[in-house]
Design a protein. Structure first.
Length: 132
């Protein structure tokens, strides 16, 4: 999994690329702009005003600079589409084989066999031994 995919599936990316995240970026950008304007006579004030361009533009145009820097899509809409296709915590590669094991238990007193299938995903590096 690339670093862009890992970031785009994280909770931080899910928040930043949501409607609430866009509003947050707009408010943060406006905050940097206001603080920079209030302290425009000082170097940090000017830096704050210049920096405010990043969150303001990201919120206004629905783009994610972090994803783009990591090699992912710039568009927030494309990131959300990929997030909806792949739920949080899902395997990054849908072609990755899923391995399952079966756990057999004997119910006490009855003597009847009850088979329970526990779906547990193993990483691709796991051994191919079958659990009996």
């Amino acid at each position: 999994m690339s670093s862009a995919d890992a970031f785009n599936q994280s909770g931080v990316s899910r928040f930043l690329n949501s409607q609430a995240g866009r509003v947050f970026r707009l408010v943060a950008g406006a905050g940097f702009l206001i603080v920079g304007y209030l302290f425009r006579d000082r170097p940090l004030g000017v830096i704050s005003m210049v920096y405010s361009i990043l969150p303001l533009s990201a919120g206004a145009f629905d783009i994610c600079f972090v994803s783009a820097v990591l090699g992912g899509p710039l568009s927030g809409a494309k990131i959300r589409e990929a997030q909806h296709q792949q739920p949080h915590g899902a395997a990054p590669n849908p072609k990755q084989p899923q391995r399952y094991f079966s756990l057999r238990t004997r119910e006490a007193g009855e003597g009847a066999d009850v088979t329970t299938v526990a779906k547990k995903r193993f990483p691709p590096e796991a051994s191919d031994e079958k659990v009996q």
